[in-house]
Structures are given as C-alpha cells and as structure tokens.
Ligand binder design. Structure first.
Ligand code: SRM
Ligand code: SF4
Length: 570
C-alpha cells in the first residue's frame, strides 16, 4: 500500500467555489430572483446555482443579433433537465413531459446522451409550475446539472432484460442515494417550509462546497457498451455468470471534454481498477466521490474533472486511497468483452414473453416534423402502453416491456405514424449522434443537431456509391469541444470550431474502448465530403473481413491510435 501524502492543487479557488460557499446549500437568492418580473433572466451567481436544480438560463441565439440591434435584452429562456436514473420513464410520465413541452417549452422533447429528457425554451415565470408538475409525476430535476453526481445511466439493452431490470435498480439506488441532502430544491420549487434551526451536517458527503466539478456514473452490461462506460468519471461493468449478476468491474477517470488549443485538457478513458459485489457499489461510489471532493482542482475549472485528479495523482495512488477509505480491497477485475457502443433497432423479444421496440430518434429530438409526426405517434403509444419507455444513451427510445397482446396495437400505431426503427436509413445514420448546440447552447461554436442530418444526406450518397449502406460506422458531432455527444468515441467525429467549420477526428474503436485522433483541422463541408469520399472508398476496397472503420484507419496509417488521453494531442 502506497503511503503518499495527497494534495489538491494549490491556487485561488475559482469564483464558482465562492458562489457555492455563500449559497447556503444551493439556495442563493434563487427564490427571490425567480419572482422578479423586470427581467426574464437571473443574475450569474444564481444561474450557477440553478444548475444544481437541473436547469440553467439560456438565450435563443438565433435571435441574439436582432434583439441586440433593437436594444432588447436577450431572448432569455430556461433549459430544464430531468433526473431519470437508467433512462426509464413510465407512460404517464412520458405524457406529462409531452404536455409540459407543449404548455411551457418549445413543443419538443430532447432525449439526451445521458438517457433523460430536456425541455428547452421555458420562460422564467413558468419554471416553478413546470418543476411542480414534473414532481407530481414522481420525477424531479435535482442534481441533473451542477457540481454533484449526475443522472446515473445504465445499459438500455433490451436483449438481456432480466439483467437490465437488476442493473436498473442499482442505477436508481445510486442516483437516489448520492443526491444532495439540502432541502433547497424543495423550498424553492415545491414551497416546502424551511425548518427552523439547521441540522448539524447538511451534506455529509458533499460538504459545503459540493464537488469541484460535475461527476458522472454509468453502468454497462456487456457485450453492449451503449452507455460508453469508459467516458464516465466512474463506470461499472456488469459481470454476469450463469445468467446471474455477480458484481461489477470498476473503472475510474473517464471524460470527454477539452478546450481547443489547450493541451492541458483532453478526453480520457476510464481505466478498470478492480471488481466489487453489487452491495458494495454504493460504498465504492461514495468513496470515489469523496476522493474527488478532497483532491479535485477547485482553482482551475477546466482541469477540475476527476479524470485530471486521477492522472495527476496516478491510478495506483487513487486506487490505494479508495481501498483505504473503503477499509477493504477491490477484487481483481473479471474478464469482459464489449462489441459495440450503439443501439440495436426494431423489435426484440425479451424474458417472460415481453417485447421491446427500439426506435431511431435522429439527434434525440422528439417533435412533430412536417412529414413525420413523431411526437403525436409516441403520445398515442404512451396512452395505451403498459410497459415503460427507456431513453438510450444514443439519444434513441425503447418502447419496452410490451406484452404479446399489446404488441399488435402498438405496432399498428408505429406503422400509422411511420415511426422508424431506422432500418430504411444507412447504418451510418443510425449510428449517429449530435449534441444540441445552436440555437440554445451558449457554448456552441457551430451547429450540430440541426446540421448533422443534412450532412448525412450527402455522406449517404458516398456510402451508397461504395456499397457501405449496411456498415455501422459511428459518427458523432458536437458544436464545441465539450463533447456532449461523446465525439471522441465516434469512429468519425466532428467538433465545431466556428460557424460551418469543424475539426475532424478518426479512429475511435467501435466498442468505445479507444479514443479518436485529430485528422483535419477547421474544415468545411466541401472538404469533409472529399475526405470521406476517399476514406470510405478505401475502406470499401481495402478493409479486412469484419474490420471496423475505426480500426481500418489506424491499420492503414491514416491516423495514429490514441493509447491514452494524456497523449491525445501528440
Ligand atoms: Fe453536456 C455543458 C448539453 C451530455 C460534457 N452540456 C453542457 C451545456 C449545459 C452547456 C452549458 O454548460 O452552458 C449544454 C446544454 C445545451 C442545451 O441547449 O441543451 C449541454 N450535455 C448536453 C446534452 C443535452 C447533449 C445532448 O445533445 O444530449 C447532454 C445532456 C446529458 C444529461 O442528460 O445529463 C450532455 N455533456 C454531455 C456528455 C456526454 C455524457 O455525459 O455521457 C459530456 C461528455 C462527458 C463528460 O462529461 O466528460 C458532456 N457538457 C459537457 C461539458 C464539458 C465538461 C468537462 O468538464 O469536460 C460542458 C461544459 C461545462 O461543464 O463547463 C457541458
Ligand atoms: Fe453545447 Fe458544446 Fe455540449 Fe454541444 S458539446 S451541447 S455545443 S456544450
């Protein structure tokens, strides 16, 4: 056992640390400012705190210039993210989210890359009503953003439904047990009376400052790595023996975000450090989180994620510290094997005669489009569905646990509304993901969700020319290097640099176990298409049997394999 003296980095705490410290456990002046009708916005300090309540202030960037010209304040509106552990929503909860989207938001639902709902475009005066209605449906938005543990993901895979339900229960338990304990949310949004006198310890795990940065946990069930377990701060890989869940391999220190031009920031993959039983999972999560709480960087926020703490202290040191805090040692990691990080579409039969239908939802956007009434179709299904909806980490949706009797009726609705399992699309499009980006994301440098489908129309032509229509190649686009669509784990990745310009990355592994490498910088559509034209034609002609595109570009020397996030920029 190493006996090192561990230290957090020196340096003046960032302003967010001050805001949290002075917030009286995430209250700040949120209650008051939300009542103010003079501005549709809220002050910056409160907006920082707002994230811990699952929301934050945005403005419609499509309208920004025009409003500036007219000397109006920006078109302020709120994004609201639901906490939905494991991505499971009941049909009545789906209907509530649909209704709220129409009543208070922009009439659409965003299914996120972390298996939950986001509403966009909520006006300040409607926020409280929206949160209260979400709460009445037995959901909440606590800790969906902010410097705390976020929504815990779990494999949505319908193939192993008995293991899914067990793993789902663990993800829900972790998510619930790791919630902040402050009553701020209940007081601000749900009108809970403040209890006189303050209990001695409000936040036994988080403390007054919460975490240095966001913290993410995901649980994968091999062979599917649909949740991209290696991108998590803390990942659990289910180990199944003789059809029974015996525990989890534990992986630490993953994350996708970076800043253009700053080599001290990089995407990183979590590394497996051992194995624990299911009943030890909470203990592991809590102790890992407290290590990050104590040693994470509270001075430079862009180096504050747990991946940097692990890389700075060293994997072995962090493992030792974890075992010290646990008071027991992790077992040796068990063998595991992933074969993909995407979704499998269409109808699948699970246990007890139940059926599951995985629907392709391009960019995760549920809306009624001119020629595709996706939102109405899903509403009609939710009205008769007795199973559940599972939001996937690839922004898709599973209509899950459908009885054989109900399947006929649900299938009729699927057909009536033309809801697609994506099978008439190219496999490349089915394997695509794009983050929200413009017009709502304040950090976007380029389009993603609104642009990728159009780019894919053109890439599809290249795919068809080369006979690659059924080849699954993962392709991901983000509007900035924060990596919300886990671009660094797409075999083809695009990161927005400026309007219409992207950095292009290649060479991630199809099973999510290797990062991609920068291939071209700051290129526009024409160049993207000409690069892909050459690469896909070579792939069609020169690939080995069953060779994935990400492996091909490395074997053929197009890009170097990234062996560790720390050499991502080399
Ligand atoms: Fe994200 C910030 C959207 C998954 C890394 N992300 C944001 C914000 C809140 C912008 C902001 O802070 O001003 C975006 C809101 C846009 C909007 O208009 O809705 C945003 N992130 C999203 C979503 C909705 C993308 C999507 O299209 O699905 C995803 C919501 C997930 C959820 O339900 O909780 C989303 N974000 C991710 C992921 C993927 C994941 O977790 O599996 C990542 C990469 C993994 C990681 O965390 O390393 C991710 N988001 C970031 C970062 C970079 C963090 C970093 O430390 O590196 C930011 C910026 C930040 O935190 O300062 C960010
Ligand atoms: Fe916004 Fe960037 Fe995340 Fe896309 S990757 S949603 S542009 S923060």
């Amino acid at each position: 056992m190493v006996n090192k003296i561990l230290k957090a980095p020196d340096g003046k705490p960032s302003d967010v640390e001050r805001i949290k410290k002075e917030s009286n456990y995430l209250r700040g002046t949120l209650k008051e400012v939300m009542l103010d009708r003079i501005s549709a916005g809220i002050p910056d300090d409160d907006n920082r705190l707002m994230k811990h309540h699952g929301s934050y202030l945005q403005d419609d960037r499509d309208l920004r210039n025009e409003r500036q010209k007219q000397k109006l304040e920006p078109a302020y509106q709120f994004m609201l993210r639901v906490r939905l552990p494991g991505g499971v929503a009941q049909p009545d909860q789906w209907l509530v989210m649909d209704e709220l989207a129409q009543k208070y938001a922009n009439g659409t639902l965003k299914l996120t890359t972390r298996e939950t709902f986001q509403l966009h475009g909520i006006l300040k005066w409607n926020m409280k009503k929206t949160i209260q209605e979400i709460h009445a449906s037995m959901l909440d938005t606590i800790a969906a953003c902010g410097d705390v543990n976020r929504n815990v993901m779990c494999a949505a895979n319908p193939y192993q439904s008995e293991i899914h339900s067990e793993v789902y229960e663990w993800s829900k338990k972790l998510s619930d047990d790791l919630l902040p304990r402050t009553r701020a949310y209940h007081e601000i949004w749900l009108d809970e009376e403040k209890v006189a006198g303050t209990p001695e310890v409000v936040e036994p795990m988080y403390g007054t400052l919460y975490l240095p940065r966001k913290f993410k946990i995901g649980i994968a069930v091999p062979p599917s790595n649909d949740i991209d377990v290696f991108s998590q701060d803390l990942g659990f890989i289910a180990v199944v023996e003789d059809g029974r869940l015996i525990g989890f391999n534990v992986a630490i220190g993953g994350g996708m975000g970076m800043t253009h031009g700053d080599k001290a920031t990089y995407p990183q993959l979590a590394k497996v450090i051992g194995f624990c039983r299911p009943d030890q999972m909470y203990d592991v999560a809590e102790k890992v989180i407290t290590i990050q709480r104590d040693y994470g960087n509270r001075s430079v926020r862009k180096n504050a994620r747990f991946k940097y703490t692990v890389d700075r202290l060293g994997l072995e040191t962090v493992k030792d510290e974890l075992e010290n805090r646990l008071g027991w040692n992790l077992d040796e990691a068990k063998p595991y094997h992933f074969d993909n990080n995407g979704d499998r579409y269409g109808w699948v039969k699970g246990i007890k005669g139940k059926w599951h239908f995985t629907l392709f939802v391009e960019g995760g956007r549920v809306a009624d489009f001119d020629d595709y009434k996706l939102m109405t179709g899903l509403r009609e299904i939710a009205k008769i569905h007795k199973g559940e909806f599972r939001l996937t980490a690839n922004q898709n949706l599973i209509i899950a646990n459908v009885s054989s009797q109900k399947k006929k009726k649900i299938n009729e609705l699927i057909e009536q509304f033309g809801l697609t399992d994506g099978k008439h699309h190219s496999a490349l499009r089915r394997s695509s993901m794009a983050c929200v980006a413009l017009p709502t994301c304040g950090l976007a440098m380029a389009e993603a969700e609104r642009y990728l489908p159009k780019l894919l129309d053109k890439i599809d032509a290249i795919v068809d020319e080369n006979g690659l229509r059924n080849e699954e190649i993962t392709i991901r686009m983000t509007g900035c290097p924060n990596g919300c669509a886990r671009h660094a784990l797409g075999e083809i990745g695009f990161i927005g640099k400026a309007p219409g310009k992207y950095n292009m990355y290649l060479g991630a592994a199809f099973d999510g176990s290797r990062l991609s490498k920068m291939y071209r910088e700051n290129i526009g559509e024409e160049e993207i298409l000409s690069e892909l034209s050459v690469l896909l034609s070579r792939y069609a002609k020169e690939r080995h049997e069953n060779e994935n595109f990400g492996d091909f570009v490395i074997r053929s020397g197009v890009v170097k394999a990234v062996t560790d996030g720390m050499n991502f920029h080399d």
